[in-house]
Ligand binder design. Sequence first.
Ligand SMILES: Cc1cc2nc3c(=O)[nH]c(=O)nc-3n(C[C@H](O)[C@H](O)[C@H](O)COP(=O)(O)O)c2cc1C
Ligand code: SF4
Length: 529
Amino acid sequence: MSARVFVPADSGALSVGAEQVARAILAEAEQRREPVTLVRNGSRGLYWLEPMVEVETRAGRIAYGPVRAEDVPDLFAAGFLSGHSHRLGHGLTDHIPYLAGQERLTFARVGLSEPLNLADYCEQGGFVGLRRALEMPPDALIREVTDSGLRGRGGAGFPTGVKWSTVGKAVAATKYVVCNADEGDSGTFSDRMLMEGDPYCLIEGMIIAARAVGAQEGYIYSRSEYPHAFAILASAIQRAREAGYLGPDILGTGQAFDLEVRLGAGAYICGEETSMLESLEGRRGLVRFKPPLPAISGLFGQPTVINNVMSLASVPVILAKGSAFYRDYGVGRSQGTLPFQLAGNIRHGGLVEKAFGLTLNELLYDYGGGSASGRPIRAVQVGGPLGAYLPESRFDVPLDYEAYSRIDAMIGHGGIVAFDDRVDMAKMARYAMEFCAIESCGKCTPCRIGSQRGVEIIDRIVAGRERSKNLILLDSLCDTMVNGSLCALGGMAPYPVRSALQHFPADFGIDTSGIAERERTETVPSRRI
Ligand SMILES: Cc1cc2nc3c(=O)[nH]c(=O)nc-3n(C[C@H](O)[C@H](O)[C@H](O)COP(=O)(O)O)c2cc1C
Ligand code: SF4
């Protein structure tokens, strides 16, 4: 009997040699005349073990990793095709604590089978949510999503059902659903992993959104750095169309909806929704004034639902299992799960989907295994390049939108980047301003000019030139950027700067010896933003 062997074709796995491993397995199997069926699955998200090879056995799938092409003959010799032990073995994949402790709703299927295999998708619960949605009136469908408590996973955390309701009520001949798959935040990869590992899940979520608001056309906007995701999505859309899930008459219901995937050149600002619309329409990614909201006048001036990949990919399970099932996960007004992404100086980097409410301590140590360098973790940036830098004293704050807002931080898209005790936080603060200056679309002065001045002021503070005066100036500049910027790029760049100053003043040359913590946070500019 042919052994089923899984080698991920996810870009993360490919970047560390999965393709060579797959070829080596086929070559070795042929030479040994041992029949092997090779399945190119998505990644299970245990990135420190990639390329992670799995073998199907009667007891379940057994994992080996990280496997290099040179390890393959040895694995065959050890009898890995029958799941025998080897120094690279980790036992049953589902029992690896990193996976076993997760609550995978959105990522339930990722890594289990070939991403483009439509039959596998259906067998694993795919399109159950869509079939239910097609039987529901749009109002009831929107209510189901509202009741689930789902909030936008792209950063702002806006309730998805409320957004859909606005588009649903708008009167227009043409409406659109646009998926924001730009994924520009540092340390984030959940959108890419899902698009590469379970593309039909996103497509299903978009069809449901279209049904809810009455849209006929949809776009997935991604970036040129995601060529694999693009190719897989384009192929999945084609297959879904051929199978009747997309097109003029979805599953014979008379509902029409079709989809296209588009690539931007990879500018951070093109992830901002109005800038993305400009780019989709063929212009430079420049932020639009609001109002009107895209829900009223979005793509080509028509009512448009814009949602992040994770928001849309959460919808099928909500429809399949019901809103009550989904909102049972999480805490307070942060309901459901979030696929957190562990990156930076972390031993076990990867994807951890958990209900809201766990802490950074759990993510960094129980899952992440501490820093990769073995040194103490000193700071963590949560929520991308505009997120606050958090010190160890904040690692026990529950990850929920409101609790994070109370500490002037944000969860954003769930990216978590760890730094050890060698990090220079003044450099990181400077980098936040520099990043804003580089990525600014240039439309408004506080961001375009303010970020450049911010870099210069931080340089003067660090050099000890008129430090007190420059600290006051920096605080005032941050206020101007927060209150006067047109979008959150300029409006939130002060978050990492102020948090670095507040929690790590010594890195800026500020002497706080003998000052109690409470006084210190008042000495250094740290107004709420
Ligand atoms: C500078 C900037 C970059 C952004 N980048 C992204 C992005 O890469 N992906 C994303 O989904 N949202 C991004 N957003 C948020 C979007 O503007 C928008 O809120 C989101 O796509 C709405 O979807 P959601 O409600 O499902 O979160 C960005 C916002 C700003 C200000
Ligand atoms: S804040 Fe920056 S990125 Fe946003 S509109 Fe203004 S200049 Fe453009």
